[in-house]
Design a protein around this ligand. Structure first.
Ligand SMILES: [Zn+2]
Length: 153
């Protein structure tokens, strides 16, 4: 079983993305031309017709692009084009693993920050002192003799 998203699916994903971009541009261009020709009724019928085609064509491309992108991301079975639960699980796996991986990266990064903050705190608290048994004076960690009474540690 392949643990990588196949090249065909990557191509489908990017092709779908391209279709959505083109479809989106087509769709929104109708608003631009509509605004440009606002109040100008000279070629109203042909303008309206071309805008209709672009609006519907753009919307169709958007929808189709989304489907193709979904197939690219989740595979034919994973996106419900082929009904095969076992294949779907396998197809979706690299995609969900990728999403999970991204989440894991974010968590790891956060963990590093938390970890470094924790270690800094621990570093600040790690002041080991030696308490003299006879006079109870606090001496430095590496002291050989008590600085107050001179008792050997
Ligand atoms: Zn002492």
């Amino acid at each position: 079983m392949s643990r990588q998203i196949s090249e065909e699916r990557q191509t489908a994903y990017y092709a779908g993305m391209g279709m959505m971009i083109v479809g989106g541009l087509m769709f929104f261009s109708t608003f631009v031309t509509f605004a440009m020709h606002f109040g100008d009724f000279s070629n109203f019928e042909s303008n309206a017709k071309s805008e209709m085609y672009r609006a519907f064509g753009g919307m169709a491309l958007l929808v189709l692009g989304r489907i193709v992108m979904g197939i690219g991301a989740r595979g034919l079975a994973g996106s419900g084009v082929i009904l095969d639960p076992e294949q779907a699980r396998q197809d979706v796996e690299p995609y969900s693993r990728m999403a999970g991986g991204m989440l894991k990266d974010v968590l790891d990064e956060a963990q590093i920050k938390i970890g470094s903050a924790e270690s800094q705190k621990a570093e600040a608290q790690k002041i080991v002192v030696l308490k003299c048994l006879s006079c109870e004076t606090l001496n430095q960690e590496d002291a050989k003799f008590c600085k107050q009474c001179g008792k050997k540690f």
